[in-house]
Design a protein around this ligand. Structure first.
Ligand code: 13P
Ligand code: SF4
Length: 387
């Protein structure tokens, strides 16, 4: 059984190293009771098989708190022809027990485009729900908590992109999916951390330009610049979760845990990438652990990811410095239950914005489907032009 070893090296939000304690079993128990849901024999029969996937993170004594909400959500999904798209950062009881499609933001965007369901519940943050709505306008897209934002998406507006384009006419605009539909609508093509370098290279070729505007994540842009020969014009957005990791943290963890394999998400600063053994999107990190089966690993990314990957890697120990995404952690079982039951928090986008944003997302999805591309670590840092 994989071990989850919380490390005090990095202080997370609220000082807790267990994302589920932000809300916790007591919260779920209260929430279920308030909604008239109890842990009956029928609930137990409907959920026992799901517990297998989460038993490494949820103690058996806590399971009866979650099970009634899980059974009720799964029942409602069937009755309403709904699916739940669960991002890799969801807590395990959401990710494994009610999620129908799981993955990184690129995988979830593809699922949104293809699902036959009438309702999509986005267990992720608002920009992901907007992406789903852009791709599936005929479907009802619900976000369980409208406050589930993203520091990157909040860092830039459509008006900012118009100003950037006016300053650099003819230079293609590659926009990270972690942005609002309004920002995507001003862009030529989107990218995710799974394909950022490939999209930037494609944009440079297609526009016959030696420069590409890559916004809004400054660190992702710098990390992409180191992977490609393309000159990058960047924005000063940061992910509030990944910017907190430091190269010193890595040195301390390596000392405390000999043999540790360090995996980083490309929203981390370049010196953190350089001090890591491997870097890539959340899907690439999952693939690395599944394929290489390291004995001891740390994932420099959001906290819940380790819990979810651990379910697929029983022989790996996970050192877990706790950096929570406060936005992702707004999504709870009862939030999903309420959204689906009351059909509330529907995501809407003005049609002209949606159509233009979809064009940029479609341009990305039309590129050849390839395995999430790893970032080669250890490459020299390359300067970018910050707008
Ligand atoms: P992925 O595209 O790697 O899933 O990342 C999304 C995200 O929000 C990372 O912070
Ligand atoms: Fe945004 Fe960072 Fe949270 Fe991802 S982890 S949703 S980039 S704030």
């Amino acid at each position: 059984m994989a071990r989850i070893i919380d490390t005090p090296l990095i202080a997370g939000d609220g000082g807790s190293c267990d994302p589920r304690t932000v809300h916790g079993a007591w919260g779920a128990l209260d929430a279920a009771a308030q909604r008239g849901l109890a842990h009956t024999h029928a609930v137990q029969a409907a959920t026992d098989h799901l517990y297998e996937k989460v038993k490494h993170v949820i103690p058996a004594i806590e399971w009866p708190a979650y099970a009634p909400l899980i059974a009720a959500i799964n029942e409602m999904k069937r009755a309403k022809n709904a699916v739940i798209l669960a991002h890799n950062y969801m807590t395990s009881e959401i990710f494994y027990c009610v999620g129908d499609f799981r993955g990184d933001s690129l995988q979830l965007a593809r699922e949104a485009a293809e699902t036959g369901a009438e309702i999509i519940v986005q267990a992720g943050v608002h920009f992901m729900a907007e992406t789903s709505k852009c791709l599936a306008p005929e479907k009802t897209v619900l976000i369980p908590d409208t406050r589930a934002g993203c520091s990157l998406a909040a860092s830039i507006t459509g008006a900012d992109v118009r100003l950037i384009k006016a300053r650099y006419p003819g230079v293609p605009v590659v926009t990270y999916v972690n942005t609002s539909a309004e920002v995507k609508a001003e862009s030529d093509v989107c990218c995710t951390s799974s394909n950022a370098a490939a999209v930037v290279e494609w944009a440079a070729r297609t526009w016959n330009s030696d420069r590409v505007i890559c916004i809004p994540d400054e660190y992702l842009a710098k990390n992409v610049a180191a992977q490609t020969g393309v000159k990058i014009i960047a924005w000063h957005g940061r992910c509030e979760v990944h910017e907190r990791f430091t190269a010193e943290d890595i040195a301390e963890m390596r000392e405390a845990h000999p043999g540790l394999v360090v995996l980083a998400h490309p929203e981390c600063p370049p010196d953190v990438m350089a001090a890591s053994d491997f870097a890539g999107s959340t899907a690439a990190l999952q693939d690395y652990v599944t394929e290489k089966r390291p004995g001891k690993v740390v994932l420099l990314t959001e906290c819940s990811m380790s819990d979810n990957v651990a379910a697929t890697a029983p022989d790996t120990d996970f050192i877990r410095p706790c950096n929570l995404c406060p936005h992702m952690k707004r999504i709870t079982l009862e939030g999903i239950y309420d959204a689906l039951r009351e059909m509330k928090h529907e995501v809407t986008i003005p049609e002209d914005v949606r159509v233009r944003a979809k064009r940029a997302i479609d341009a990305m999805l039309a590129l050849p489907k390839e395995k999430p591309r790893a970032f080669e670590v250890g490459r020299p840092e390359v300067a970018v032009e910050l707008v």
